[in-house]
Design a protein around this ligand. Structure first.
Ligand code: GLV
Length: 347
């Protein structure tokens, strides 16, 4: 005879979400929370997923093909992030596991951070703050902490989706010229407010932009999109901002470009092996580093949790959520859900 836990739809939460969204989920499913300090290792994640039908995950968890294959009850992965490179999507789709993400609710917040990093690098804000705190300031000097202007300069945006466009709007407001490379279908159509932005090639963008900001998802075709070859043509002294994914940039090549002076600075929110950050990056004054906080505002994180939970509840209810990234698995998912429903007599 099955216990109540085995019959109810079980959801694993790998991190905290606001209480109101937790309550909505608890009304429909049994919840398991990962203990604080969860190592994130594959065996620990596998262990936690035993007996779970769904997981509300964050980008710190790697849902590898192995983890997905070895979790027999798993049917939904509700990733509280817009990027889902932490999930083996092919493995999930093969197994009929529905994957959802949180698009559209974090664009402005992430764009704020990208633009903040751009300004911080251009005007040496972090370096200047340390200078004051360390008691090094002995008086106003005409050549103290000189940075570079932002207005009238050219910003190159790589990836012109929702976040890239939100960055473009900010840049236009600051009197910058904006050029972009569209990396995905549908990124070429411009709304009137972005009519002044110019489409170009990656090579041309790198060679002629004073600032370059990256806004493409990490995928096979964007892994190390900015490598040694690209950094060797980047405009001398340009500032690179990355709030997308660390592996879009070859970190070793980035370090070399900073060391040679080819790059004038970098604002980095993402890294190749998070949370590891190379000591050589940490040592550099012309680099501003943040710990992957692009979407980290109270309001936006709440909206992301809400979207993830609503998507999951919609799926449990037998309707395809609009934030599914692999909607083609729906028939297979519905079959697997019906089996759970039949075994607890509710559907
Ligand atoms: C953050 O990096 C996200 O993908 O939501």
């Amino acid at each position: 005879m099955k216990t109540e836990d085995q019959l109810q739809f079980q959801v694993l939460l790998t991190g905290p979400i606001p209480a109101e969204h937790l309550a909505c989920l608890a009304a429909k499913a049994g919840l398991t929370h990962l203990r604080p300090g969860f190592s994130g290792s594959e065996p620990a994640l596998l262990d936690a997923l035993v007996g779970c039908d769904a997981v509300v995950s964050f980008l710190s968890e790697r849902l590898s093909g192995y983890v997905i294959e070895m979790s027999p009850r798993l049917k939904v992965i509700a990733n509280v992030a817009v990027g889902y490179d932490n999930i083996d999507l092919e493995a999930a789709s093969r197994k009929g596991v529905l994957v959802t993400n949180t698009p559209g609710v974090l664009d402005e917040t992430t764009a704020d951070l990208a633009f903040g990093l751009l300004i911080a690098c251009a005007r040496r804000i972090v370096e200047a703050d340390s200078f004051v705190r360390n008691g090094q300031w002995s008086g106003w000097l005409p050549d103290l902490m000189l940075g570079v202007d932002i207005h009238a300069k050219t910003l190159g945006i790589v990836g012109f989706g929702r976040i890239g466009r939100a960055v473009a709007r900010r840049a236009l407001g600051f009197g910058m010229k904006v050029q972009y490379v569209a990396k995905r279908e549908g990124e070429r159509k411009l709304t009137p407010e972005l009519a002044g932005c110019k489409s170009t090639t990656l090579h041309e963008l790198l060679a002629s932009s004073d600032f370059v900001s990256l806004h493409c998802p990490l995928a096979k075709d964007t892994f190390h999109l900015i490598g040694q070859a690209e950094l060797s043509v980047i405009k001398h002294g340009a500032i690179l901002v990355n709030t997308s994914r660390g592996a879009v940039v070859d970190q070793m090549a980035l370090l070399a470009a900073l060391e040679s002076g080819r790059l004038g600075g970098a604002g980095l929110d993402v890294f190749e092996e998070e949370p590891a950050v190379p000591a050589k990056l940490i040592e550099r004054k012309n680099v501003v580093l943040t710990p992957h906080i692009g979407s980290a505002s109270v309001e936006t994180r709440a909206k992301m949790a809400e979207l993830a939970v609503n998507g999951l509840l919609t799926a449990i209810d037998g309707r395809l959520p609009s934030n599914a990234v692999n909607p083609e698995v729906w028939p297979q998912f519905v079959n697997r859900l019906a089996i759970v429903g039949r075994s607890n007599g509710s559907k």
